[in-house]
Write a protein that binds this ligand. Structure first.
Ligand code: DNO
Length: 412
């Protein structure tokens, strides 16, 4: 795997030197300053590339390998007539990225919100801080703070009651913190949505159910993936996080079936997947090693992270989960890495130029000096460095075991 980390740009409190010293050779970045839907110009892309690569003559090389994300305008997700203009802009941005040598572009198709949590500083037994999701707290936000019309339908009577009584017991500061956590805007932005604006964004989706969102997603990939393919760019969708519907909004990239349908809606290799074990792994019904085998050739980028389910309901739906240390959650990370390495060997055998997959340790706990710094939630320096170090250890051990097997014929 090619080891990478996400860098939010010059304002990121984690520096490129931190990323280099964590052992990365690749950088994942995006032009967060460009409004969603606008064209990424060659100049702006080149400027970011120059920043990332500026110390390469003095120190070990860093390269901008992946764009995460080239965001999809809401009008495309809603299937509005104005989507045509945004689709054209998307294609132009892809062309400009190709001109600058970028070959991997991540995006997601979650309506309104990107990832969602209810707590950003959940304290673990060793004092580290982690992101956490509690369905009951989400219900507090939805029913009592946002007061979304018809929200009742999405919760059981028991959850509705416990959410309401929890709300009564909460201090104003706790209510404010929960509100800001759920309303945190897109990654790379530090601003939360306003409550009223947020409700109107949800209202815009009233006519968009599961079927419509799927149709709009397939239309999007049919318009952009063939263009990307010609340009030598691999597009890779990021799965929903968490992988189930929230706030009455559909989510259609959560399961193996969702990904299979998306892959067959446009049968070009550039219509690919960001395999995020953190998002997909929240659902007990997602068999991650099996999914890697199935989508093998369409996986262009990897996020390695795991969550720990603390509580599931009678149907197995996760009610509470937190982001665990990279090797300590519900994801069988050793099996996942074993499958990735098998796919890489297959590609190498076929002399594919993308035989090595860019991987980033997704999210990290706040530990040691991270605890006194403010970084983007999940994007601490030392926590991610620790995650990466652990993942690399597994990778090296599996590779060594594989080559020993190759020479001795025995499984070590
Ligand atoms: C969370 C990230 C996601 C991801 C986008 C991709 O930390 O993994 O926000 O960047 O969903 O479009």
């Amino acid at each position: 795997m090619i080891h990478t980390m996400r860098w939010f740009g010059p304002q990121d409190p984690v520096s490129l030197m931190d990323i280099r010293q964590a052992g990365c050779t690749g950088v994942v970045s995006a032009l967060h300053q460009v409004a969603v839907g606008e064209v990424w110009s060659v100049e702006a892309i080149e400027a970011r590339k120059a920043l990332i690569e500026k110390d390469n003559d003095t120190y070990s090389k860093l390269e901008w390998l992946v764009v995460e994300s080239l965001p999809v305008h809401e009008d495309i997700k809603k299937g509005l007539p104005s989507r045509e203009k945004y689709l054209e802009n998307y294609q132009i941005s892809l062309r400009n990225l190709a001109k600058c040598g970028i070959q991997t572009v991540c995006y997601n198709f979650m309506p309104v919100l990107d990832w969602s949590r209810t707590k950003l500083d959940y304290i673990l037994p060793d004092g580290a801080r982690a992101l956490r999701f509690v369905w009951e707290d989400f219900a507090v936000f939805d029913l009592c703070i946002l007061q979304r019309p018809n929200a009742e339908e999405d919760y059981t009577e028991q959850v509705r009651q416990s959410a309401r009584s929890k709300f009564e017991r909460m201090t104003d500061a706790e209510k404010e913190a929960l509100k800001n956590t759920v309303l945190l805007g897109l990654p790379g932005s530090e601003e939360a949505f306003e409550l009223a604006t947020f409700q109107s964004l949800l209202d815009d989706y009233q006519a968009i159910g599961d079927r419509e969102l799927r149709e709009n997603l397939y239309y999007f990939v049919q318009q952009v993936a063939p263009v990307a393919q010609q340009l030598g760019i691999n597009l890779c969708i990021h799965p929903d996080d968490p992988p189930f519907p929230l706030l009455g909004l559909p989510r259609v990239v959560s399961t193996e079936q969702d990904l299979a349908a998306l892959m067959s809606s446009c049968d070009v290799r550039a219509n690919g997947v960001t395999f995020c074990t953190g998002s997909l792994g929240v659902r007990p019904d997602n068999d991650l090693p099996q999914m890697i085998r199935r989508f093998a050739d369409r996986i262009h980028f990897i996020h390695l992270r795991t969550t720990k389910r603390e509580l599931t309901d009678a149907e197995g739906k996760p009610m509470i989960f937190h982001e665990a240390a990279h090797l300590e959650g519900d994801v069988d990370m050793v099996e996942v890495i074993r499958e990735i390495l098998a796919e890489e060997r297959k590609r190498a055998k076929n002399n594919q130029k993308d035989a090595q997959l860019p991987m980033r340790p997704d999210h990290g706990h706040q530990i040691l000096d991270d605890l006194t710094k403010k970084t983007y939630p999940g994007y601490s320096a030392i926590g991610r460095l620790k995650g990466l170090a652990e993942l690399r250890g597994v990778e090296v051990a599996l590779q060594a075991a594989h080559s020993t097997r190759g020479t001795t014929g025995k499984r070590s």
